[in-house]
Design a protein around this ligand. Structure first.
Ligand code: ACM
Length: 415
């Protein structure tokens, strides 16, 4: 068997018998690895509290902090407390990268929980890959990525669209208007949508992208009026979700005839826009606040007790919460002297737990999550009514839109 240099380094480092004299580069690599020390497990919390996606990321911060506080109050992990280091990257990918470097290199965090947009995840990825650290990403995203340094706990396109698109065609018709924010997530998500539509004999009457933070949708509304689609498929994010819905309502458009179907509109954006602007529009996601389970009742009541009775939970804050418990489950298996990002990653592969949405699992081959897709309609009271609830959890397929590509090609076999 030919052993690659990388495998050799990993093998010898695992033995813990590396001589700094015989192999200084191995000592350097090992010493750069973040690890838990002094009875503390330091983690980064990297969600924007300001800027255009602060509207949603602030709630991801809150769900993460809640889980950390609960775990610490119950005795920590094997008697060690989790110490969160919180940073605000202000919805700016370059600031995300700068803060990620600080958390990993200066603070010595053994994992970082963070990001809403794929633009910010892409910006921090080189930091985690170069430093062999671990990023826990709770957001729905476009797939086509499979880093061994990221645990992906949000939905990928097959988990939001496989059931949703045929359901929309069947219930509303075959003319789709695609509107998204202008970056990788909406573009890739729309690529998958177009493949599904093609297979159903449906058509795209317009595909449009607006800058992040865009708030003036009059020309989009005019095009919607002139093209008369059956469905407006929306992947706009952040503040823009609120502006789009309000301007749709003000233009007198009717969701019963021409609804918006979204992958990004949650209870959080609905609270910001007001129930009237949201009512009658559809979202596909693995979690809604109204979900009935003992775990969800506990999550919602703890969240509201901690952050305010008027606060909502949603399909990105739920993974933000449960992924901290997955982290705990993984770290619990390790000796105190052995808590490093790579050992945590090994321990989380194939992990299962009962999350608020139901039983979830981290797929060992791609580090994405098995989830429970649902289709729901927004109501004027700010909550959703679930119309289609999956009977089975669904495996993540990060390369659903690209069947000729696989995680092995993206490097995960190197784990
Ligand atoms: C996203 O950018 N993944 C919503």
């Amino acid at each position: 068997m030919v052993m690659k240099r990388r495998d050799f380094i990993r093998g010898t480092a695992a033995l813990g018998a590396v001589s700094t004299i015989a192999a200084p580069q191995l000592w350097f690599k090992n010493s750069g690895l973040a690890r838990a020390q002094n009875g503390e497990i330091k983690v980064g919390v990297l969600f924007s509290l300001t800027g255009t996606t602060g509207i949603i990321e602030e709630s991801l911060n809150k769900a993460t902090i809640l889980a950390i506080e609960e775990i610490n109050a119950a005795g920590g992990i094997n008697g060690m407390q989790i110490v969160p280091v919180v940073e605000d990257p202000a919805s700016d990918p370059a600031t995300f990268a700068e803060k990620a470097r600080k958390l990993v290199m200066s603070d010595g965090c053994v994992s970082v929980f963070g990001s809403y947009t794929s633009a910010s995840r892409k910006a921090v990825l080189p930091v985690f890959e170069k430093r062999e650290n671990l990023y826990w990403y709770p957001t729905l995203y476009e797939g086509r990525e499979c880093s061994k340094n990221v645990i992906y706990t949000g939905a990928v396109p097959n988990q939001q669209q496989d059931e949703f698109i045929p359901w929309l065609v069947q219930n509303f018709g075959k003319k789709f208007f695609l509107i998204g924010s202008n970056y990788i997530y909406p573009q890739e998500e729309n690529n998958y949508c177009k493949k599904l539509l093609e297979g159903l004999g449906a058509e795209v009457v317009n595909e449009e992208y607006v800058p992040l933070g865009h708030s003036e949708f009059s020309s989009v509304i005019s095009k919607i009026k002139s093209t008369e689609p059956n469905v407006i498929f929306s992947t706009v994010v952040g503040d823009s979700v609120v502006a789009l819905h309000r301007q749709y309502l003000a233009a007198g458009l009717d969701p019963a005839k021409m609804p918006m179907a979204s992958l990004t509109t949650s209870e959080n954006e609905v609270a910001a826009m007001g129930g009237e602007a949201a009512a009658g529009h559809f979202t596909s996601a693995p979690y809604f606040m109204v979900h009935k389970s003992p775990e969800n009742e506990k999550f919602v009541s703890a969240y509201q007790a901690r952050w305010g009775a008027d606060k909502v939970t949603h399909f990105v804050s739920e993974p933000s919460y449960f992924q901290v418990y997955l982290f705990k489950q993984a770290v619990e298996k390790l000796a105190a002297s052995d808590i490093t990002p790579p050992t945590i990653r090994e321990a989380v592969k194939g992990a299962e737990m009962i999350a608020p949405q139901g039983k979830i699992r981290i797929e060992k081959d791609n580090l994405h999550t098995w989830l429970w897709p649902k289709i729901a309609v927004a109501k004027a009271d700010g909550q959703f009514e679930v119309l289609v609830d999956s009977k089975e959890w669904l495996a993540p397929d990060p390369y659903a839109a690209y069947p000729d590509q696989k995680c092995v090609e993206a490097g995960l076999t190197n784990i």
